[in-house]
Design a protein around this ligand. Structure first.
Ligand SMILES: [Zn+2]
Length: 122
């Protein structure tokens, strides 16, 4: 589920590349094409993608549920730091550490998706 056009450059979504979806309070507020994402935004999105299940509730709002047993997870990325809050415990990482974590999470998510026969979120 991806909005039709990049919020920054207006490029139409053509299904190409790794688009990010911005979700605020359950509403899709925009999307970013691969060219417009900062590395940090890409990291945050990848971590979210790898660790959250996305679904739509009865009102069409996007709801996220952590995969596995974690009860809450938030990722916030700014240029120098990535904050990863799991169950109220905040971890602060450098982008390099976050990238390494990302690769592990992406790999784990791929394995999980393969096992479930589910692929991606659009
Ligand atoms: Zn763009």
């Amino acid at each position: 589920m991806i909005a039709a056009m990049c919020s920054r450059c207006g490029r139409l979504h053509d299904g190409d590349g790794d688009w990010n979806v911005a979700i605020t309070d359950g509403e899709i507020t925009g999307s970013l094409c691969p060219a417009c994402q900062t590395p940090e935004e890409h990291i945050a999105a990848t971590i979210n993608e790898a660790t959250l299940d996305y679904a739509t509730d009865a009102n069409g709002r996007v709801v996220t549920a952590p995969k596995g047993t974690t009860s809450s997870l938030r990722v916030h990325a700014i240029p120098q730091h990535v904050h990863l809050a799991v169950d109220g415990q905040t971890l602060e990482m450098t982008p390099a550490q976050a990238r390494a974590l990302c690769r592990e999470l992406a790999r784990a998510a791929q394995v999980a998706d393969r096992l479930r026969g589910v692929h991606g979120h659009g």
